[in-house]
Design a protein around this ligand. Structure first.
Ligand SMILES: NC(=O)c1ccc[n+]([C@@H]2O[C@H](COP(=O)([O-])OP(=O)(O)OC[C@H]3O[C@@H](n4cnc5c(N)ncnc54)[C@H](OP(=O)(O)O)[C@@H]3O)[C@@H](O)[C@H]2O)c1
Length: 350
């Protein structure tokens, strides 16, 4: 007879999801008993990765690995971040982590705990991935702790997935990024990469609700020697974003990097905003009320818009960090990537 216990017990070589832990500076973390990847976030248990990870692990042949969420508070005490990173660093079977929300705060608090940072982590002052490398598995407690800022790579891959080839050169379209936080910086770095040659937007507009973030992104762009005109525009009200939108040429990209529509309800635009003809509307999120995408879809037929959510971004975000954590190669495009996308889609409820 098949019992519920049998159904609930994963095979010995299957990946498992361990219960999330609320991290404090005093939490006694359980040493991992199998190779374990952590998800450092705020409400990690709600993320789709908890359904997706065991299926991906099986498909990728990772064996009896585990994932565990470590929840920290928004802008937590630096001592909490240090406690979490020290635990991962010292625990042999804890292999690394994907970091969301705390990318800048965590690196600021823990910079001296990392043996290596990749060039984007140095440039942006943030880490979205933590992994160990350099020494054999038996001595992982003494291996090197590396920090990675993967968002410039993952946002670039996500854009490449829907932007037609040579789009900017062929159309002369602009880019408007609504919001000047970490993901806005990442996308702008990806778009302005010299590897694109002269296939660049004609102009880049970046808006933000508070002025401080605009100074930060401008300082980073200065280091990159950006070759196209960039305007940094303070937009405290949605009507201010509408006005910038109205300046865009046809075929422009409009990215919602504000988190509005997921982290808080609504959209950075008003319902009266008009998207550019043949434009591309991209929300970085894939769950929430996604009101920005609702607004774009209302105009999609009349204005010939391409409307894109953040699902592919989610897939790239996780797979690029899993590569580093588990020391495997995961395809970023083509049939191998599509298969991972299909597996993930099979778990999607929204
Ligand atoms: N699909 C994925 O895998 C993926 C990957 C990366 C990011 N994301 C999502 O993308 C969103 C942004 O991420 P992030 O890390 O860049 O967040 P962040 O650092 O918090 O940045 C958001 C920025 O948007 C600004 N903002 C908020 N409302 C605005 C408005 N009405 N007009 C103009 N600017 C406004 C904020 O300004 P203030 O300075 O005034 O607060 C803040 O600077 C998050 O929801 C995240 O979950 C998804």
């Amino acid at each position: 007879m098949t019992t519920a216990t049998h159904l609930d017990t994963p095979a010995a070589d299957a990946a498992i999801v361990l219960p999330a832990v609320q991290a404090t500076a005093d939490t006694v973390f359980e040493p991992a008993t199998r190779p374990t990847m952590y998800f450092i976030g705020v409400t990690t248990g709600k993320s789709s990765i908890m359904q997706v990870f065991p299926k991906w692990a099986k498909h990728l042949g990772l064996g009896a690995v585990a994932i565990r969420g470590l929840d920290c508070k928004w802008h937590d005490d630096p001592a909490v971040y240090r406690h979490v990173v020290k635990f991962i660093k010292d625990d042999p079977q804890s292999l690394g982590a994907l970091v969301t929300t705390h990318k800048i705060d965590l690196l600021t608090a823990c910079r001296d705990l990392f043996d290596e940072l990749d060039p984007f982590a140095e440039l942006l002052g943030e880490v979205s991935g933590i992994a160990k490398r350099g020494l054999p598995a038996a001595s992982r407690a003494h291996s090197l702790l590396c920090g990675y800022a993967k968002d410039p790579i993952t946002s670039g891959l996500s854009l490449e997935a829907f932007l037609p080839a040579d789009h900017w050169k062929k159309t002369g379209g602009d880019t408007l990024i609504l919001g000047a936080g970490g993901s806005s910086i990442a996308l702008s770095c990806a778009m302005l990469d010299p590897k694109h040659g002269d296939n660049l937007p004609r102009r880049l507009f970046v808006t933000n609700r508070s002025p401080g973030r605009l100074h930060e992104i401008e300082a980073i762009h200065k280091k990159l020697h950006v070759s196209i005109p960039v305007e940094y525009i303070h937009t405290p009200r949605p009507e201010d974003n509408d006005r910038v939108l109205a300046r865009l040429a046809p075929h422009s990209l409009v990215a919602n990097a504000t988190g509005l529509g997921k982290d808080a309800p609504g959209s950075p635009l008003t319902d009266a905003a008009e998207f550019p003809e043949h434009g591309l509307a991209w929300d970085f999120n894939y769950r929430g009320d996604l009101h920005f995408l609702v607004q774009a879809r209302r105009q999609a037929a009349a204005r010939h818009l391409h409307v894109e959510d953040g699902w592919v971004y989610f897939l790239h975000g996780w797979t690029r960090v899993m590569e580093e954590v588990f020391h495997i190669e995961i395809p970023a495009r083509g049939p191998g990537f599509d298969a991972l996308g299909q597996i993930a889609a099979s778990t999607r409820t929204a």
